[in-house]
Write a protein that binds this ligand. Structure first.
Ligand SMILES: NC(=O)C1=CN([C@@H]2O[C@H](COP(=O)(O)OP(=O)(O)OC[C@H]3O[C@@H](n4cnc5c(N)ncnc54)[C@H](OP(=O)(O)O)[C@@H]3O)[C@@H](O)[C@H]2O)[C@@H](O)CC1
Ligand SMILES: Nc1ncnc2c1ncn2[C@@H]1O[C@H](COP(=O)(O)OP(=O)(O)O)[C@@H](O)[C@H]1O
Ligand SMILES: [K+]
Length: 526
């Protein structure tokens, strides 16, 4: 399990630890770890000696880390150039160390467009130490010309110090660039007021913004440097499961000699309608490969379902009359007509403790009825909205865009308000349960999953995991993890190039990624 802590918790832990250490010791630990990662990255394509490293150093501790790390790399023979983005306030110790090691220093004002392009064009590695956890808002105007040049040059390896400068360390939010041209007449930027890194070397613990889009896209691969904060950190705010965590659960629900299909769990699917029969097939496809012993289908697409999945137990009535199940999935392709409303109300009338997953049209119907139909009544329910559905559930003041910009806050608010577990889908999928516990971030997935019906497969898969047992949060996190891996497997195969996939391809890839996770579960794989 990877973890992340809020900036406030990191600051508290740093203070507690610093009080026990000689002045500057913590920054030296950070800089040593940072330099070691940079040296390793440089050695992947040769030696450290003679390589051109550019350090972008701001005025705070983040710039200090970057300058000290630059000094260490210069000490190993790299040609290190620092650009001070706030020259009068650059970290004095770091600056002295870099100079003493033979590094060259320029001020931001001396490095205009052409000079910046020439310098960054020669760089093989750029250390982004403009701003770290002390950053507020997107990068300021004075550093944007440099950041735009960095974006434009033949890409050197960009290593962000602690967090990519301009990314909100707590939320992952970035400030988009305005469409207008920059102050020096440089072309209008298309990206964000933030650095885009290949690798982020973060200190002490992960920061939430490194794992949640759009911050995650700016962070690249995240490497943790241990500076001894752990004993002072307290509970994590974010958990990021890895192969080993998911493998443990999958091993736990694997069939045993005494298993039969009922003991493994039966998942019920109330999905599809005369208008959208496909959603029923895709939910059943996800459920059938999702780890339950059997799938019951109740609804208008019974005939199509049994033709495509002959192993399914089908009926065309309401879920309550379909026979015993260990978890119901309701919503994909259901429509929002009176009959759909009857189906949702029928599921809401089932035994309170029975796990129930609400997706798609069922979420719209739940939103109409209000949080009180779930809160305090269905402790094992799971909602699986995308951003638009989440905004509808949250109501006034929320839009899909706001949910996407404030995903962590949105998923927490939903779980709190409805009193149930919530899986918020999107480019970063998050899960939360009611209360102050950590939010789970799904680290798998690919943009190729943004294809019609892939959410239906996820709903079926998550329902099967619910039927197999355990908490709604655990079932949802496992389903999201497998679904993301299956999407990658279907889109990329064994290679690095993705291709379009269908939702059916995602379901078909599930057994393979299941095996992959369980067999490699001893090591952290993502
Ligand atoms: N504490 C420790 O023991 C350890 C800390 N460590 C390291 O220190 C980092 C935290 O250092 P920090 O607190 O000095 O803040 P930091 O991230 O450098 O930023 C502050 C500066 O940025 C500026 N600035 C702000 N927003 C901006 C913007 N949008 N665009 C541009 N500039 C902006 C702001 O300017 P001001 O508002 O003052 O004008 C101020 O000068 C942490 O991430 C880690 O790397 C490690 O060494 C481990 C030990
Ligand atoms: N940009 C993206 N990157 C990664 N995964 C994505 C992205 N966009 C969508 N997804 C995933 O694809 C699935 C889409 O589900 P959903 O929005 O319900 O679509 P549908 O209703 O068509 O099935 C979800 O699992 C979601 O997390
Ligand atoms: K940084």
């Amino acid at each position: 399990m990877r973890v992340a802590h809020s900036v406030a918790k990191v600051r508290e832990a740093e203070e507690a630890l610093m009080a026990r250490l000689p002045e500057g010791a913590l920054m030296q630990r950070a800089a040593a770890g940072l330099a070691a990662v940079c040296a390793r990255l440089l050695r992947e394509s040769g030696r450290v000696r003679g390589r051109v490293v550019v350090v972008l150093a701001g005025s705070g501790g983040n710039g200090g880390d970057a300058l000290y790390a630059g000094a260490r790399l210069a000490g190993r023979g790299a040609e290190v150039h620092a650009v001070l983005t706030a020259p009068k306030r650059a970290h004095p110790g770091g600056l002295a160390a870099l100079r003493a090691a033979g590094g060259r220093v320029a001020e931001l004002g001396d490095v205009d467009g052409a000079a910046a392009a020439a310098l960054l064009g020669r760089a093989e590695l750029v250390l982004d130490g403009i701003v770290g956890i002390g950053g507020r808002g997107g990068l300021r105007d004075e550093v944007m010309p440099l950041v735009r040049v960095l974006r434009g040059v033949r890409r050197p390896l960009v290593v962000a110090v602690d967090v990519p400068s301009g990314v909100d360390a707590d939320t992952g939010a970035v400030v988009p660039e305005t469409a207008a041209a920059g102050p020096d007449g440089e072309p209008a930027g298309l990206g964000a007021r933030a650095v885009r890194a290949d690798v982020t070397v973060t200190f002490g613990t992960g920061k939430p913004g490194l794992f949640v889009d759009p911050g995650a896209q700016h962070a690249g691969a995240v490497e943790l440097v241990d500076i001894g904060l752990e004993p002072w950190l307290g509970a994590a705010d974010l958990l990021i499961p890895q192969h080993a965590d998911v493998a443990r659960r999958l091993r736990g629900i694997a069939p045993r000699p005494e298993s039969d299909k009922y003991r493994r769990g039966v998942v019920g699917i109330a999905a599809g309608s005369a208008r959208y029969p496909g959603a029923a097939l895709l939910s059943v496809a996800g459920a059938a490969r999702g780890g339950a012993g059997a799938v019951r289908y109740a609804g208008a697409a019974a005939r199509e379902v049994v033709r495509a999945h002959p192993e399914t137990l089908v009926s065309d009535g309401l879920p309550g009359g379909a026979g015993r199940v260990q978890a119901w999935v309701v919503g994909p392709g259901l429509s929002r007509d009176e009959h759909a409303a009857r189906i949702v109300d029928d599921v809401l009338a089932l035994e309170a403790v029975l796990p129930k997953l609400f997706d798609a049209d069922a979420l719209a119907l739940v939103a109409e009825r209000g949080p009180q139909v779930l809160r305090g009544r269905h402790p094992n329910a799971l909602l699986t909205p995308h951003a638009g559905e989440a905004a509808r559930l949250l109501g006034e003041g929320w839009s899909a865009a706001r949910v996407e910009a404030e995903r962590i806050a949105a998923v927490r608010e939903l779980a709190g308000r409805y009193g149930v577990a919530v899986l918020l889908k999107g480019s970063t999928t998050l899960l939360a349960a009611p209360g102050d516990g950590p939010v789970h971030v799904n680290p798998t997935g690919t943009g190729w999953l943004a294809t019609a019906g892939s959410g239906d497969v996820l709903a079926g898969l998550a329902g099967a995991q619910l039927a197999a047992g355990g908490s709604a949060l655990g079932a949802g996190a496992t389903a999201a993890y497998l679904h993301g891996l299956a999407g990658r497997r279907a889109a990329f195969g064994d290679g690095a190039v993705g291709a379009p996939i269908t939702a059916g391809d995602v379901a078909a890839a599930l057994p393979e990624v299941w095996r992959q996770v369980v067999s490699s579960g001893a090591s952290d794989g993502v």
